[in-house]
Design a protein around this ligand. Structure first.
Ligand SMILES: Cc1ncc(COP(=O)(O)O)c(C=O)c1O
Length: 484
């Protein structure tokens, strides 16, 4: 996008002033020095324990309940290592559930944040905006449009809001269709509508059901192996066609989460999605790809590229590691004026840091079968398999669960979406394992709805392959406590 915009303005003079440059360089140098002192995990400091516990108690009062993990960051880290406000240091293998792909205290991102702090305002809006919002969106479109028909972008502050906009776009294009097709185990956010689409009863407990939702089976590798891949696809197509016949012309969209996040890092074959997407096209149903968790971290920038499905996508949502969230859409799906707006689009800091992240993702060597993300996945897998061979009793075969999305391997995911499944995927033991790992010094989270898995969304943007044995040393110590 036009980089000469505003050249010669007073703001440009401020941003490029030698004094500002010098000040920023000095700050970055100081950040590097402080950050470099963090070199390994360590336990909490005794002298900080009391104030930390008191703060945690206050946080619980403020929120009405305690935090899931007793985590308050200090504001400093070094790559995948993060310092907490009690002075402890942990491996951060979940990155704010996928937000911090470039880890902690990354000098380049801090530099962007410092430049952003010079702006006259913090928030950009739809009525009045500075250039960074559009520069961020422009880079997103540049990347997305290479292998899809996506041409436009509308920004929001959160993933669920990006999804709300996607849904409105699909409704308007296919009016008066009002039903939505989603996959079993999907997660789409926590607004009133997204909680209804998501396949998790607890997340919509007490919420009146006002949206017509039809649930499709996600690809189940165990069932597909048993009955044959082609038959599995035929069965799914039959399922979809039944919905379409039951509610003719009433479906506005089918939401594809190509690798399920909360649902268990479930993957699928291209053929499965292709068959369903072609059926949508034949029946004039929008193909909406929710990449809020997958974006940037698989072995391609977009999961639709990884599966070569770009030609089918009408609407796409991204968030998390992008810092600002967005709904992208094709020419045909450009909605009428008035449908999308809102006071905020986001903050200068999110847009500048987000754009820098997109630029860093969009560099050679990161993606592809031998790219950095694939190499990290292999290093992770090697560690899990070595752990399982040392402790086979922690990794019994995952039993088939009727109604579950079943797996036939203790390792799964793709690129920077990594899961492993100890204790046969039993919920209580997996959740206890996550807590034990946290206490030991590695932050993970669980995913799945049965079987349950330990999930990692590690900061591959800054991790070294040599970090994996160090991370798994801690994982082994943590699991020892639950395994026993
Ligand atoms: C696939 C998917 N869609 C939507 C969302 C909702 O995003 P947010 O939490 O930013 O509202 C998430 C969040 O985890 C997600 O994983």
């Amino acid at each position: 996008m036009e980089q000469t915009l505003a050249r010669g303005t007073l703001a440009d003079a401020l941003r490029t002033s030698p004094n500002v440059r010098q000040a920023i360089d000095a700050i970055i140098e100081e950040v590097r020095r402080s950050s470099a002192q963090i070199t390994d995990i360590r336990p909490p400091r005794e002298d900080l324990r009391e104030s930390y516990d008191a703060f945690m108690e206050r946080v619980a009062q403020i929120r009405g309940r305690g935090l899931y993990y007793p985590y308050i960051g200090s504001g400093l880290g070094n790559g995948a290592l993060v310092e907490l406000a009690d002075g402890s240091v942990k491996w951060d293998m979940i990155g704010g559930i996928g937000v911090n792909f470039f880890g902690h205290s990354d000098p380049e991102l801090i530099e962007e944040a410092l430049i952003a702090s010079l702006d006259d305002v913090v928030k950009h809006g739809n009525l009045q905006s500075n250039a960074d919002a559009y520069r961020f969106a422009d880079k997103l479109i540049e990347c997305a449009s290479r292998s899809s028909r996506l041409r436009h972008c509308f920004l929001t502050t959160g993933g669920a809001l990006a999804n709300e906009n996607a849904l409105k776009i699909c409704y308007q294009k296919h009016k008066p269709a009002s039903r939505v097709i989603v996959f079993k185990d999907c997660f789409m956010g926590r607004t009133v509508t997204m909680a209804q689409l998501g396949d998790q009863p607890a997340y919509r407990d007490g919420i009146p059901l006002t949206v017509g939702v039809d649930y499709m089976p996600f690809f189940d590798e165990v069932a597909a192996q048993r009955m044959g891949h082609t038959r599995f696809i035929d069965m799914a197509l039959m399922h979809l066609e039944q919905y379409i016949q039951r509610y003719p012309k009433q479906h506005a969209a089918f939401v594809f989460e190509l690798i399920q996040g909360e649902g268990g890092f479930n993957t699928s074959t291209r053929d499965y999605f292709k068959a369903l997407m072609e059926c949508c096209k034949a029946h004039d149903i929008a193909v909406w790809d929710d990449e809020i968790q997958t974006f940037g971290r698989t072995t391609d920038m977009f999961a639709y590229e990884h599966l070569d499905l770009g030609e089918y996508i009408d609407v796409l949502t991204v968030g998390k590691m992008t810092q600002a969230c967005a709904c992208l859409f094709s020419e045909e799906y450009n909605p009428a004026p008035g449908l999308l707006s809102g006071t905020f689009t986001g903050e200068t800091v999110s847009f500048r840091v987000g754009r820098r992240i997109l630029e860093r993702l969009d560099t050679p060597g990161r993606y592809g079968d031998d790219g950095l993300h694939a190499q990290h996945f292999r290093a992770f897998e090697e560690q899990v398999r070595a752990l399982a061979s040392r402790h086979p009793d922690w990794f019994p075969k995952v039993p088939e669960i009727r109604g579950g999305t079943n797996v036939d391997d203790i390792v799964g995911g793709c690129g920077g979406m990594m899961r492993f499944t100890p204790f046969a995927g039993d919920k209580t033991r997996v959740v206890n394992a996550c807590r034990a790992l946290y206490d030991e010094g590695v932050i993970t989270f669980y995913c799945g709805h049965g079987p349950y898995h330990i999930r990692m969304l590690p900061p591959l943007g800054v991790m070294s392959l040599d970090d994996w044995p160090r991370v798994f040393e801690v994982v082994e110590r943590g699991l020892q406590k639950v395994g026993a």
